[in-house]
Ligand binder design. Structure first.
Ligand SMILES: Cc1cc2nc3c(=O)[nH]c(=O)nc-3n(C[C@H](O)[C@H](O)[C@H](O)COP(=O)(O)OP(=O)(O)OC[C@H]3O[C@@H](n4cnc5c(N)ncnc54)[C@H](O)[C@@H]3O)c2cc1C
Length: 339
């Protein structure tokens, strides 16, 4: 089959509990641009149960049409059911490009769909453009630990698939005047397709205060070595009356929730005290915290870039320095109480 048969730009509209994820709206912004460059349609693909109401929202944010698949078997995300439905629609409708959010769901779904439909996938893209001559999608992403930017193409297979992290692309202004078509598509699912039973969904209790509002932030980086060591940071933050935040490296490692990430693709913070523990000071991190009033850095490498920015630098092992700091703060508190 010729790749020329494939037309249109698609955005997988991720919804959770009836709420469209922000990243999908951001991808509609980018998708609109790509579709306009190619002179083609922008389609949002919405899967779920009782989600029809959300379809017009996708049109307001730039989609020309919405492929809507409603089925009670799609009520909660299950890898197999969503993969099956997405693959089926792709095989039938033959899109040229598919964009998905690099969320927990997107990271699970995108590779499986790409394997089922025998095409390539470029994960975590930061730039997406159309090559003027070939009209291929140029998918650019950091490679080799962020040291180089690699531009990847998928010249021989379709669709060209890409995931993008939340916060990277810019959504369009919502415009209620926009008109579009809603195309209902049968899921084709049977009960036997559901190979996993979701027994309970437990919502994580969110920290009440946001890191953007905290006056003191104790921020951990990859130098903290493992998730368990963040308990020490929690103790330190408690002593200082602050919150724990972190670098993207620790969020990517699954040691911390994305809501607590500081930096270019995380939150911009400006606390009175920013204590960076085992954070190297990469530019993408620094842009999110450089306006803090007092920056204290603990790093075992005296040449770490974070020291160029820090008001106070401690060259040492976080596993030794942090417990000493906690002990010191506790003894100061005890001494104060005795007075
Ligand atoms: C498009 C893009 C967007 C990005 N957005 C963000 C963002 O929003 N936020 C962000 O943080 N990053 C972001 N990054 C990633 C960024 O480039 C860095 O990779 C990341 O910040 C590194 O995190 P880190 O400092 O925790 O880890 P590393 O760079 O691995 O640094 C770990 C540090 O810990 C020190 N260390 C190791 N062991 C110890 C120890 N025992 N005691 C003391 N120190 C120790 C090391 O000397 C090192 O300096 C982005 C990258 C790209 C390409």
């Amino acid at each position: 089959m010729s790749i020329l048969e494939h037309k249109g730009v698609w955005v997988f509209a991720e919804q959770r509990a009836g709420e469209i994820q922000k990243v999908s709206l951001e991808l509609l912004g980018k998708g609109r641009e790509l579709a306009d460059t190619l002179g083609t349609k922008l389609t949002a693909v919405l899967l779920g149960n009782n989600v029809k109401e959300m379809a017009s929202e996708l049109i307001y944010y730039g989609a020309d049409e919405v492929i809507l698949v409603e089925d009670e078997l799609l009520d909660v995300y299950i890898t197999e059911t969503y993969t099956k439905v997405m693959s089926k629609i792709i095989k039938e409708k033959k899109p040229d490009i598919i964009l998905m959010g690099a969320t927990a769901l997107g990271r699970d779904l995108a590779p499986r769909v790409s394997a089922r439909v025998h095409t390539g996938l470029t994960a975590d893209c930061t730039t997406l453009e159309i090559d003027e001559e070939s009209k291929h999608l140029l998918m650019t992403r950091p490679a080799f630990g962020g040291n180089i930017m690699a531009t990847i193409i998928c010249p021989d297979h379709r669709p060209q698939m890409s995931t993008v992290r939340p916060g990277v692309m810019i959504k369009q202004e919502r415009n209620e005047e926009r008109q579009g078509e809603i195309i209902e598509f049968p899921s084709g699912l049977a009960k036997e397709d559901v190979n996993v039973e979701v027994i309970e969904i437990v919502k994580e209790e969110k920290q009440k205060m946001k890191i953007e509002e905290a006056e003191v932030l104790v921020s951990g980086g990859r130098g903290m070595r493992k998730k368990e060591n963040f308990q020490t940071l929690e103790l330190l933050a408690k002593e200082l009356g602050g919150l724990v935040s972190g670098s993207r490296a620790v969020v990517d490692a699954g040691w911390m929730d994305r809501e607590h990430q500081v930096g270019q693709t995380g939150k911009t913070v400006r606390p009175n005290l920013y204590l960076a523990c085992g954070v190297s000071g990469a530019i993408q991190h620094v842009t999110g915290m450089e306006e803090s009033d007092l920056i204290v850095a603990i790093n075992k490498n005296p040449s770490a870039p974070i020291f160029e920015l820090a008001d106070v630098g401690i060259v040492g092992d976080v596993e030794k320095v942090i417990p000493s700091l906690i002990d010191e703060l506790k003894s100061v508190k005890v001494a104060k109480e005795k007075k």
